[in-house]
Design a binder for this molecule. Structure first.
Ligand code: GLU
Length: 440
């Protein structure tokens, strides 16, 4: 029997990372088994499933390289079939018509009255509950529309789905779904429920914790391969200590046995690190083009820098870039005298008594140099430190904050030569301005 799995999202306009993680696991499982990965659009909520929402969904899948093997199935086109199954269930006694709240008749699927209901989840193991803890449930509303449980099961059956891999918010539903399969007299698929994605507090990861939709990550300049790799490790591990895996390596290593049942923690720092690793594996021209594009969006034109300077900026900043969205903020001081000052860095490095005056001396020392290079600027700063009985750190940090506005960045002397003596000295001489702009 060949594997057939599906991703069955309900389009709402945004695609949550938890949903796309389920798509990734299904895709990896299908590709590993040489089976089929299908898309079923559960678009029965006509108000939310707009054409725009469906376009967003499809474009997110394309961006992440989640290619489906057959044309998508649109659940809303299958209502007649869902209702026919419900009628057959009524005819066999598996379901009954009830007038529940006086609003007209609905069709209700009956759960067993006694004993246990149970199933073996491919990730979570044996799951059971007492029949008296279950309740009969509506499968067709009084307005004649099929309920999610019915449509989901009938479509999984008709699409020949062998494994249902989805988030563990559906574990409870699975008891109902198995009951419908039983009523239909067919074998159910294997169910595999993926662990919840949680924040650092162990609570379900949501919009409040930061970017939660794939579109957010796209906008912030994350790379699809990095996001894919990161999400694949939320609830799965290859069984060795590899964290960066190519798509083929993930396909080769993927199995449901290696999926974890304990909650998966969303660690943004790990994603940033991973994205940086992927970014540095891109060909330099690709990275350069994206640097230019991101700068341009922020109104900064790489073309205004001499070629040698621009290349130096790339040399220094590419290794320090974790995500393209950070490029304008990290590079702004190369482009304008109007660069912002980080108030914390100013308070710590520029505000202490005597620093501003000391920076005038640094400017003077730099101006006196025959040539302004990485070596000469360092030698000059060290000499000044010795003359004043100050450790080099007492000079390096204030100089950095004065010329760049921030407390970290490239090696200081590389930074200084990229900026050039003129700009450096002018910035050092007006360091007192920074105290005013950030004063509270
Ligand atoms: N439309 C449901 C959801 O997005 C489908 C769940 C499933 O995969 O069966 O949660």
């Amino acid at each position: 029997m060949s594997v057939r799995v599906r991703f069955a999202p309900s389009p709402t306009g945004q695609v949550h990372i938890g949903n796309i993680r389920a798509a990734i696991f299904n895709w990896l499982f299908a590709r590993h088994a040489g089976g089929s990965f299908l898309l079923r659009v559960e678009d029965t909520d006509r108000e939310r499933s707009t054409p725009e929402a469906i376009r967003t969904l499809l474009s997110v899948m394309e961006w992440l390289g989640l290619d489906a093997d057959e044309p998508p199935v649109y659940q809303s086109t299958r209502t007649a079939r869902h209702l026919a199954v419900a009628e057959a269930m009524v005819a066999s006694g598996a379901a009954t018509r009830e007038n529940r709240d006086g609003k007209g008749e609905c069709i209700v699927c009956r759960m067993p009255a006694e004993g246990k209901v149970e199933f073996t989840d491919a990730v979570k193991g044996r799951i059971r509950k007492r029949a008296e803890d279950t309740q009969d449930f509506v499968i067709v509303r009084s307005d004649g529309s099929p309920v999610f449980h019915l449509a989901n099961v009938v479509d999984d059956h008709d699409m020949g789905i062998t494994h249902v891999i989805r988030g563990d918010d559906h574990v409870e539903n699975t008891f109902k779904h198995l009951q419908i399969f039983k009523a239909m007299g067919v074998e159910p698929p294997v169910y595999a429920h993926l662990p919840m994605i949680v924040n650092h507090m162990g609570k379900p990861y949501s919009k409040r914790d930061g970017a939660a939709f794939v579109g957010d990550f796209q906008e912030q300049g994350y790379l699809p391969d990095a996001l894919f790799n990161f999400l694949a490790l939320l609830g799965w591990a290859p069984g060795d200590d590899r964290e960066i895996l190519s798509r083929q390596e993930m396909i080769d290593a993927f199995s449901l046995e290696r999926c974890k049942s304990s909650a998966a923690r969303f660690d943004l720092r790990k994603l940033l690190w991973m994205n940086g690793e992927y970014l540095r594996n891109l060909p330099r021209p690709v990275v350069e083009a994206e640097f230019r594009r991101r700068l341009q969006i922020a109104g900064l034109d790489a073309g205004t820098l001499p070629d040698a300077t621009w290349n130096g900026v790339l040399d220094q900043m590419i290794p320090r870039t974790r995500v393209f969205g950070d490029v304008p903020g990290n590079c702004i001081y190369f482009f304008t005298e109007n660069y912002p000052f980080d108030p914390k860095a100013v308070d710590k490095r520029l505000r202490p008594d005597g620093v501003v005056a000391l920076l005038q001396e640094v400017a003077q020392a730099f101006e006196a140099l025959p040539a302004f290079t990485v070596e000469s600027s360092e030698t000059a700063l060290r000499a000044l430190g010795e003359a004043r009985g100050l450790g080099i750190g007492m000079l390096v940090h204030p100089v950095r904050v004065a010329v760049s506005g921030v407390g970290e960045g490239p090696g200081l002397f590389e930074l200084l030569t990229l900026l050039g003596r003129e700009r450096v000295c002018a910035r050092l001489r007006r360091a007192d301005k920074a105290l005013q702009t950030t004063a509270n």
